[in-house]
Design a binder for this molecule. Structure first.
Ligand SMILES: Cc1ncc(C[n+]2csc(CCOP(=O)(O)OP(=O)(O)O)c2C)c(N)n1
Length: 276
């Protein structure tokens, strides 16, 4: 039993509370990306007491609509107060808005308009090289987000500059806002496409599995002369059959009954993990 895998269910409950308290949020993509962000933050060199350390690792949530999971993970790391986030999310005048905002500690970049995170990370990774700094740069993108042309320019430049301090992750849940990614904008053979842009490509069979993610991040750190991209195969809405693999839950506010059902499902999944 992996403690982080268990924690992922506690933080999913936080995400559910944040969204229901604030009256809305992108619950499907939050749930699919929980283990990715949680695993990453368990490894990254970041310190809530020194959030602007020039040598800190950088993370940019390019699929910024999934900020609720980022808030839960940043709170778990000590950057934010989870009680504050739950009480004030999406309230008038609150700094805890529905997309990342870099006035909050631990958040590197404002995002939410899809397609920009990787380009900014290419700049950060180049800056690290020029300044002889040891930090690594990470970004999480959605598979629907890959329809943005700017991402392919960034992929091209990262490959060209051989940015081996850069690691991108695709949350490959096969759904985006309006349905299946393959119907909206097909991505068949993503592995070959990324490799053609001179990236080291790792397929993570289960992108909700902490051990598989850790192995992939280890491999990314060992990879020299190329940037690495993880294709993390996840389940949108992971945590409750009510939401799982349903495009309609991309941005669905659970009713009071749905809240109770999801809460019970999350607790049952956690119990099952604890029994392993
Ligand atoms: C430039 C831009 N166009 C459209 C949107 C609206 N939008 C928000 S989420 C989303 C779908 C994203 O799908 P995906 O990247 O697969 O995210 P996930 O399924 O992981 O939530 C869209 C089109 C946006 N945020 N930015």
């Amino acid at each position: 039993m992996n403690a982080l895998a268990v924690k992922a269910y506690d933080l999913r409950q936080d995400v559910l509370d944040i969204i229901v308290g604030g009256g809305g949020g992108h619950i499907g993509g939050d749930m699919s990306s929980m283990e990715i962000m949680l695993t990453l933050y368990s490894r990254m060199r970041v310190d809530p007491r020194n959030p602007k350390d020039p040598d800190r690792d950088r993370f940019v949530l390019s699929k910024g609509h999934c900020v609720e999971t980022l808030y839960a993970v940043l709170a778990d790391k000590g950057f934010l107060d989870i009680g504050e986030v739950k009480a004030r999310f999406s309230r008038f005048g609150s700094e805890y808005i529905g997309h990342p905002h870099n006035t909050l500690p631990g958040i590197e970049m404002n995002s939410g308009s899809l397609g920009h995170g990787l380009s900014v990370c290419v700049g950060m990774a180049l800056a690290a090289r020029m300044d002889h700094r040891p930090y690594r740069v990470y970004t999480l993108m959605g598979d629907g987000e890959l329809a943005e042309g700017s991402i392919w320019e960034a992929l091209m430049s990262a490959g060209h500059y051989r940015l081996d301090n850069l690691c991108a992750i695709v949350d490959r849940n096969h759904l985006q806002i309006s349905g299946n990614t393959e119907d909206v904008m097909g991505h068949h053979d993503l592995h070959a496409r990324f490799a053609a842009f001179d990236w080291h490509v790792i397929d993570v069979a289960d992108g909700n599995d902490v051990d598989q993610l850790n192995a992939a991040f280890d491999e990314a750190e060992r990879t020299k002369g190329k940037p690495t991209i993880l294709i993390a195969n996840t389940l949108k809405g992971k945590g409750s059959p009510l939401m799982e693999n349903k495009a309609s839950w991309h941005h669905h506010l659970p009713s009071a009954e749905e809240y109770e059902q999801i809460k019970a499902d999350l607790a049952a999944r956690k119990e099952a993990l604890l029994r392993e």
